[in-house]
Write a protein that binds this ligand. Structure first.
Ligand code: IPM
Ligand code: MN
Length: 366
C-alpha cells in the first residue's frame, strides 16, 4: 500500500513524540511492505508566530492532498498564548477548523488499563479489578462547540450564549459508528451518555440512538445520565467496559476524566475519523515545560499510529501489531521519566527515543 501522510507535529513535545510515531510507522512499512510518504506542515501556536496563522493555507493544501493526517499536540506556555488574538489561538483557529474541514465526526478515545498497569491509576487496585477497557466515542463536529455564539447587550444587561444544535443525520452516523464498534468489541456493550432530564438535544439524541439500537439487538445497551456517569466512572469504571457514546461536550469532559482514572492523559491515543479523511492525535497537551528534553512519553502518539493503521488505512493486522508492541513495552514496566513513579525500576526508565526504539524492537521480534 502506498499512502501520503501530512504530518502536523505541533508545539511543545509534539515534534519529539511525532518522531517516535513515525519511527514505528516506518518499521511497519518495512515489515509489511508498505510505502508511507510524509509531508511536514506547520500547525498550532508556533505556526501562528511563523506565518500569522495557526492553520496556514499551505498546510490546508498539504492536508487536502494527503490520504491522512498525523497531528501532534498544540499550544505554548500561557504567556505566549496570551500574545495570540483569540480567533487565532489553536483551539479556535486550527483544531476546530481542522475537524470541520474534514468533517471528522467520530473521535475514538480508548480508556485502557489492564491489571498490569493498575499501579498507574490513582484508584485503588480493587476498583481496577480485572482492568478497564472502555472505548469512548465522542461526536466531534456538532453540538455546542459548533453552534452559534453570541455576546451582546440586552436592556440594561450583558449576556453570552452558545447554541447546542444536533440534527438527525449527525446523531445517526455517530450512533451507527458506535454500535458497529460495539459489535466488534469483546464486551458487546454500549453505554449511551446524555442529560435527557434537562436538555432537548439529549432527548432527541436518545430517540435517534434508540432507533439505531433496534438494528443491533445483540448489543447490550444502557443509557446513563452524564452526571451519574461521571460519578460511576470513578466508583466502578469497569462497569462501562465496552463502547461509550457521547456528544461533543460530554465527550470532551468525560474523556479527560477518564485520563485521570488511568493516571495520565499520556495513556490516551485518539483518532478523529470523517467520511473521507481522518487524523490521529494524542489526547494530551503539548507540555511546553518539558519540551526538547527527550523525556516526554510517546505512548499516546504511538497508540494513535495504531489507530491510523486501523481506522484510516484499514490495516487491522498492522494496527494490532503496534498495539501489541506498545502494550508489551508498557506492560513490561518501561516508562519515560515523566511517567515514572516510585515503583519504577531505574533500569526501566527510558528516554522518549529509547521508548520508541523498544516498541520497534518488539515489532522486529514478533
Ligand atoms: C480535545 C481538546 C479540544 C476540544 C480543544 C483544544 C478545542 O480539549 O481535543 O479534547 O475541546 O475538543
Ligand atoms: Mn479536551
Amino acid at each position: 500500500m502506498v499512502k501520503n501522510i501530512a504530518v502536523l507535529s505541533g508545539d511543545g513535545i509534539g515534534p519529539e513524540i511525532t518522531h517516535e510515531g513515525i519511527k514505528v510507522l516506518n518499521q511497519i512499512a518495512n515489515q509489511y511492505g508498505h510505502t508511507f510518504n510524509y509531508e511536514l506542515a506547520d500547525f498550532g501556536a508556533e505556526a501562528y508566530f511563523k506565518t500569522g496563522s495557526p492553520f496556514p493555507e499551505a498546510t490546508k493544501k498539504i492536508c487536502d492532498q494527503a490520504d491522512t493526517i498525523i497531528k501532534g499536540p498544540v499550544g505554548l506556555a500561557v504567556e505566549k498564548m496570551l500574545e495570540i488574538p483569540l480567533e487565532q489561538r489553536p483551539e479556535k483557529g486550527a483544531i476546530l477548523p481542522l475537524r470541520a474541514r474534514y468533517d471528522t465526526f467520530a473521535n475514538y478515545r480508548p480508556v485502557y488499563l489492564p491489571p498490569e498497569y493498575a499501579d498507574f491509576s490513582p484508584l485503588k487496585k480493587e476498583v481496577i479489578g480485572n482492568g478497564i477497557n472502555i472505548l469512548m466515542i465522542r461526536e466531534l463536529v456538532g453540538g455546542i462547540y459548533f453552534g452559534n455564539k453570541t455576546e451582546g447587550v440586552e436592556t440594561n444587561n450583558t449576556y453570552a450564549s452558545d447554541d447546542c444544535h444536533y440534527d438527525y443525520a449527525k446523531i445517526k452516523r455517530i450512533a451507527v459508528t458506535a454500535f458497529e464498534e460495539a459489535t466488534k468489541n469483546p464486551f458487546n456493550r454500549l453505554t449511551n451518555i446524555h442529560k435527557s432530564n434537562v436538555l432537548a438535544t439529549s432527548r432527541f439524541w436518545n430517540q435517534v440512538v434508540e432507533e439505531v439500537q433496534e438494528n443491533y439487538p445483540d448489543v447490550e445497551y444502557q443509557s446513563v445520565l452524564v452526571d451519574n456517569a461521571a460519578y460511576q466512572l470513578v466508583i466502578n469504571p469497569a462497569q462501562y467496559n465496552g463502547v461509550m457514546l457521547l456528544n461533543n461536550m460530554m465527550g470532551d469532559i468525560l474523556t479527560d476524566q477518564a485520563g485521570g482514572v488511568l493516571g495520565s492523559l499520556g495513556l490516551m491515543p485518539s483518532a478523529c475519523i470523517g467520511t473521507e479523511k481522518g487524523y490521529v492525535e494524542p489526547a494530551h497537551g503539548s507540555a511546553p515545560d518539558i519540551a526538547g528534553q527527550n523525556i516526554a512519553n510517546p505512548y499516546s502518539m504511538i497508540g494513535s499510529i495504531a489507530f491510523l493503521l486501523e481506522k484510516c488505512f484499514n490495516l487491522e493486522k498492522e494496527g494490532q501489531a503496534v498495539w501489541n508492541a506498545l502494550k508489551a513495552v508498557f506492560g513490561n514496566g518501561y516508562r519515560t521519566k515523566e511517567l515514572a513513579g516510585n515503583h519504577t525500576d531505574s533500569s526501566h526508565i527510558l528516554s522518549t527515543t529509547a521508548f520508541g526504539d523498544k516498541v520497534v524492537e518488539y515489532l522486529q521480534k514478533h
